[in-house]
Design a protein. Structure first.
Lengths: 886, 271
């Protein structure tokens, strides 16, 4: 190694040693295991419809010195990332090396501000550094073959795979390429610059590209490409893309250079038909052979039910019984005919006889040549990939199945001859790598006990089990139910609270010490009440007789919707009418439950914070009902804009304390309520209004509000026989959103949280903490927060007082991070328009808060598949907003 | 870390509790808060807490909360506190410096925050919205960096909880002898002395025990002296700065520190 390279490696080693002292490796592993799935870097290159440009952010380099294209500071990095994205870059590369490249780990976070996968370029030499790359937000890491001798290269490739990242293995000559391929690299970076001499040799780079491509690798050229001719030559040598840094960055406006180059790149021609990655793990229950098994799969809510028709195997079902089993499955799991190396005629005959239009083909090395002709007539074709010698080979086989018309690929643990269903374990590490490229399923050795952990580790698109779901040789309904449930656990932990009060990384209990004991007491009381049938009886009775539940589910009439959806058989829109609950909003669900807990704890004074006044009214209402004292903190700005609710609270006997600090909005009211509680905790119960705050509030409020989703689900199933395709709800703190979404977390429904986009995306102009904020601690929870670089919370803006909050409930933060929930923004203007639309078209005056969700639904509906079912939580009525909108 | 313990030992050797003064970084201006901090140290503060301005100071009463929000709105933050500590070190002050910051500004610095704070001259940190045990990674990285953490106990912390806090506190155990937020008060509050005594028995020498929140008169210090290894005075000093005329703040804070901390006035009241 040259002097410079040696120094860089040594500096990297020293940094790693310092960091490793602060964070033990197993802490880091635990953290990485629960992180959301990384963006797909290699897939973006390999399946790019045109030659991919990976644009680099770096401030200096030993060969070029300081580069004018990127100045110091994170704002500069963020701006350049935006510029590259707008220029059409396929992915970003970020130099984090600090000593000679003036980079920093924070630059990764800055680059992640745009929706492109991010490569961390540094001189990584230890497994610790690879894991740590994921924690700072990298989706892929650079591994330089030259500085990773012996088995170290393979070790780090494996470490990157286990952390769910892609590894770009950089080689410079034939022997390094051979080492990389031996180490099972799939993504090869060819550096035309010799790291020792710094000389560039393009012809050799093109030769290496051809060799790497011939070995089925994804190929990226690094260094030395500048012109459109260079790029054209690289493309014809088989490279999928090029990483370009210096030749952009030596100019003042690198993004403009990138744009010019992207405009010139050749298309790559052939493109694989890429099935979408499902929003949550799908489950196939295989080996159904009697109606008991079919009923169990249907009740468990499996996505697919495999009926083995490969004769001579233990679970085989005779052709005559297939249609009967399919009938039992009904509109539940899709039946799949499972074949092993069949003839074309067998398949065609059985499909025709049973009218089951889904097949699985195992026992083939490559897809049979008759498949493309047949696939067009089928809904689902699952191609099985048996164990392959390298990840590249497995990937090539998976691609071959998809090219031949398969809709799904299943990686099976059993080899081609032995056959599946015997429990041979799936190749998990390889599956994770192939699964980052394509939505593949895994089969082999899965059972109800292990499946949640395997899903977290592999992140497959779907899982398939048969022998793990049987007992005494027959289907076991309890195992099937448990398997389906466990398989759908969110791998990041976003779907449930853990014993530390966290949803994935979010939540916790960041409070002054005086609140630690009362929160522990509240948690214990809540857990006890949850198990107490009497508590629920009381609560449900009040929900029925006092609140007026269940609230209706109203379908927006066709007349109103036809103009929006453009066709009569377009999406159908249902409104969950929480505006018809007593006091006019969903807030009463929570206030009632918490008041019952206060009575249980013997506390006679309730305090609450309120934004729009809805939660204040709800709390004042239940205080009146139970004869409790009630103090409501409300920002002075909100008092001015939500007058009617203030009068209602006073009439109900509550004291409304104006909060003048800050901007006089919800956040200030929350601060003041917490201050009150710190001082009065012995006698006072704090009725927190949203699924925010310290544990156990986010969990407790979500549970009390989840009646919204449970009712909606039941109402839909009764009315149309299935759960919805899309659920939308507005998000301030998020209690109405989580209240709707919880019932659908384990369904395929898209969940869309709609934040207040206010007047625009600049800091202070919106209340979009999920979409535009970053992680931080406020009001007792680690969550997404609208804040400055220095960690000061920024006053948000929204026309709607109920959404005007800089934080968000931790579970929603976790669901957004895991990708389970999508996040949208609706502006002030759009929200008012939606309010007017619904009032005019349906005679329903919604509050401004849910009007944000309605606006998002109206934007979405024209693009949805026909007959999609959309549910919006109409969380409150709009009388309080009359002054603002008229 | 060692410097914090040494300060308590030196005060104990002199037969008095360590006097811990609080100054808000960037209070009115960075220059003024530096002068105020220097004055407090020169007037006899054994340890200095440097408050980090924050937009949402929910454990603070109006005096500190208003000053903190105003400073944060003027762009002050953890960076101001780091500059303040570094300037005090440049001026040759050797007393322990503790950052008093809410979790979020520290979090914004990233996982290397403890190292950054130590590099600027801090010996320890108090994070009022971070209870002991909530963020073990931060506790560990602070230990590694040599940043002494001081966790709080309150009137409702049971014995087991006090032991947890004592184990996590590498600086001192900070007793908040009342329910409620910071702020100067007329009296110490019933049971304050008993509480500090109970905590001290449970902590049993594993860490010094200091009391704060509401201490504003020499009598308070005298009352706590038999049971506390240290006393923290915050809101009183912050109010002195807030109400001081131009250029007067350092003098007034110096006077307050002398009034409460000097062995003279301490002995006089105690006599």
């Amino acid at each position: 190694m040259s002097g410079v390279l040696e120094q860089l490696v040594e500096a990297s080693r020293r940094r790693a040693a310092t960091d490793a002292r602060e964070t033990p490796l197993n802490d880091l592993q635990r953290q990485v295991a629960r992180m959301p799935t990384a963006r797909r870097f290699e897939a973006a290159l390999r399946y790019s419809p045109q030659f991919a440009i990976v644009a680099e952010l770096k401030r200096a380099s030993p060969s070029a010195g300081q580069l004018p294209g990127l100045g110091p500071g994170l704002e500069a990095a963020r701006a350049l990332a935006r510029g590259y994205a707008a220029a059409g870059a396929t992915a970003l590369s970020v130099l984090t090396e600090p000593t000679r490249f003036s980079g920093s780990d924070d630059d990764i976070a800055a680059a992640r501000g745009v929706d492109l996968p991010v490569l961390r370029k540094d001189f990584l030499v230890t497994p610790f550094q690879v894991l740590q790359s994921r924690t700072i937000g990298a989706d892929a890491v650079l591994l330089i073959a030259r500085i990773l001798p012996g088995e170290r290269l393979e070790t780090l490739i494996g470490e990157a795979a286990r952390a769910g990242m892609d590894a770009l293995v950089e080689v410079h000559d034939e022997s390094e390429l051979a080492r990389a391929l031996d180490a099972d690299a799939t993504l090869i970076g060819i550096n035309s610059r010799d790291l020792d001499t710094l000389d560039v040799d393009l012809p050799r780079a093109f030769r290496l590209a051809e060799a790497a491509r011939a070995a089925d690798a994804t190929v990226l050229l690094e260094s030395g490409l500048a012109t459109a001719e260079d790029v054209a030559r690289a493309a014809s040598a088989g490279a999928h893309g090029a990483l370009i840094g210096t030749s952009f960055l030596r100019h003042r406006d690198p993004a403009a250079r990138a744009k010019a180059l992207v405009g010139d790149v050749p298309t790559t021609g052939a493109r694989h038909r890429l099935p979408p990655f499902p929003v949550r793990t799908q489950v196939k229950v295989c080996g159904i052979r009697d109606s008991k098994g079919a009923v169990a799969a249907r009740l468990a809510g499996a996505d697919f039910a495999g009926i083995v028709v490969a004769q001579g195997t233990r679970r085989a079902v005779g052709p005559d019984r297939v249609a009967e089993l399919a009938a039992v499955l009904g509109d539940g799991p899709r039946p799949v005919l499972v074949f092993r190396a069949p003839d074309e005629k067998d398949v065609r005959d059985l499909v025709a006889a049973s009218r089951v239009r889904a097949i699985q083909l195992a026992g083939f090395e490559a897809p049979p040549e008759w498949l493309p002709a047949l696939a067009g007539d089928l809904d689902t074709v699952i191609g099985v990939v048996h164990p392959a010698p390298t990840t590249r080979a497995a990937l090539r086989r998976a691609e071959a199945w998809l090219a031949a018309g398969a809709t799904h690929v299943l990686l099976e643990g059993a080899d081609r001859v032995a056959g599946g269903g015997a429990g041979a374990e799936a190749p998990f590490d390889m599956a994770r790598r192939v699964g980052r490229m394509l939505p593949v399923g895994i089969a082999g050795g899965l059972n109800p006990q292990s499946v949640a952990e395997v899903v977290a580790r592999v992140r497959p698109a779907y899982v398939d089990a048969s022998s793990g779901l049987e007992r005494d040789g027959g289907s076991d309904p309890r195992r099937i139910a448990r398997f389906v449930h466990q398989a759908r656990r969110d791998p990041t932990g976003a779907d449930r609270v853990d014993r530390h009060g966290r949803f994935g990384a979010f939540g916790g209990r960041y409070v002054p010490e005086t609140l630690v004991a009362p929160l522990a007491e509240l948690d214990a009381t809540w857990r006890e009440a949850r198990r107490d049938a009497e508590f629920w009886r009381t609560l449900l009775q009040l929900q029925r007789d006092y609140v007026g539940r269940p609230t209706p589910l109203f379908e927006v009439p066709a007349r109103a919707l036809d103009e929006v959806r453009g066709a009569a058989d377009g999406a159908r829109l249902f409104l969950k009418r929480e505006d018809l609950a007593h006091t006019g909003a969903h807030k009463i669900n929570n206030a009632l439950g918490q008041a019952l807990l206060a009575l249980r704890l013997g506390k006679r004074r309730l305090i609450a914070e309120t934004g729009a006044g809805q939660h204040g009214v709800a709390t004042a209402t239940v205080a009146a009902l139970f004869g409790l004292e009630c103090v409501v903190y409300m920002g002075s700005t909100d008092i001015a804009r939500q007058r009617p609710n203030v009068e209602r609270m006073r009439l109900l006997g509550a004291e409304v304390r104006p909060v003048e600090s800050g901007n006089g909005t919800l956040r200030d009211a929350l601060n003041e309520a917490l201050r009150d509680w710190v001082a009065s905790v012995q006698t006072t119960f704090y009725v927190l209004g949203s699924a925010t705050g310290p544990h156990p509030y986010p969990e407790m409020v979500a549970e009390l509000q989840s009646i919204i989703g449970r009712e909606a689900r039941q109402q839909l199933v009764e009315r149309i026989g299935r759960p919805p395709d899309v659920c939308l709800a507005c998000v301030g703190g998020g209690s109405n959103a989580i209240g709707l979404f919880r019932a659908f977390l384990d369904t395929p429904a898209r969940l869309i949280g709609v934040e207040a986009g206010g007047r625009g995306d600049e800091l202070g102009e919106h209340a979009a903490s999920l979409g535009l904020g970053k992680p931080g601690v406020l009001h007792g929870a680690f969550t997404m927060l609208i804040q400055t670089e220095a960690g000061q919370v920024v006053e948000p803006h929204s026309i709607s007082a109920g959404l005007d909050y800089p934080g968000v409930g931790p579970q929603l933060a976790a669901l957004a991070a895991s990708g389970r929930m999508e996040v949208e923004r609706t502006t002030d203007v759009e929200a008012v328009a939606a309010l007017r639309w619904l009032t005019r078209e349906c005679g329903i005056l919604p509050a401004l808060e849910p009007s944000h969700a309605i606006a998002a639904a109206l934007r979405l509906i024209p693009d949805l598949p026909k007959k999609s079912i959309v549910v919006v939580n109409l969380s409150g009525r709009g009388d309080k907003d009359l002054e603002i909108v008229t | 870390m060692a410097r914090v313990r040494a300060a308590f030992e030196a005060a104990a050797a002199a037969g008095r509790p360590a006097f811990i003064a609080y100054v808000l970084a960037g209070h009115r201006t960075e220059g003024e808060s530096l002068a105020v901090a220097a004055a407090a140290l020169a007037a006899g503060a054994d340890i200095l807490e440097i408050g980090v301005p924050f937009s949402d100071p929910l454990a603070d009463g109006p005096t500190i909360a208003d000053a903190s929000r105003a400073a944060a709105a003027a762009g002050m933050g953890l960076a101001s506190a780091l500059r303040l500590a570094a300037s005090l070190r440049d001026q040759g002050f050797t007393q322990p410096l503790l950052a008093m910051s809410y979790r979020n500004p520290v979090l914004a610095v990233g996982p290397g925050a403890p190292r950054t704070m130590v590099a600027a001259g801090f010996d320890g940190a108090i994070v009022p919205d971070l209870p002991a045990g909530e963020d073990l990674a931060f506790e560990r990285s602070s230990r590694q960096a040599g940043l002494a953490l001081c966790f709080l106990v309150g009137p409702n912390s049971d014995d087991a909880r006090v032991r947890t806090v004592a184990r996590a506190s590498t600086g001192f155990v900070y007793v908040v002898p009342r329910y409620g937020v910071t702020g100067a008060r007329q009296d110490l509050g019933a049971g304050a002395v008993d509480l500090v005594g109970r905590v001290r028995r449970i902590v049993d020498g594993r860490a010094p025990v200091a009391a704060g929140f509401g201490i504003s008169a020499p009598e308070h210090v005298v009352a706590l002296a038999p049971v506390a290894d240290g006393v923290v005075v915050g809101s009183l000093l912050v109010a002195a700065v807030t109400h001081a005329g131009p250029g007067e703040a350092p003098l007034r804070v110096g006077d307050e520190v002398r009034r409460l901390a000097s062995t003279d006035s301490y002995a006089k009241v105690g006599a």
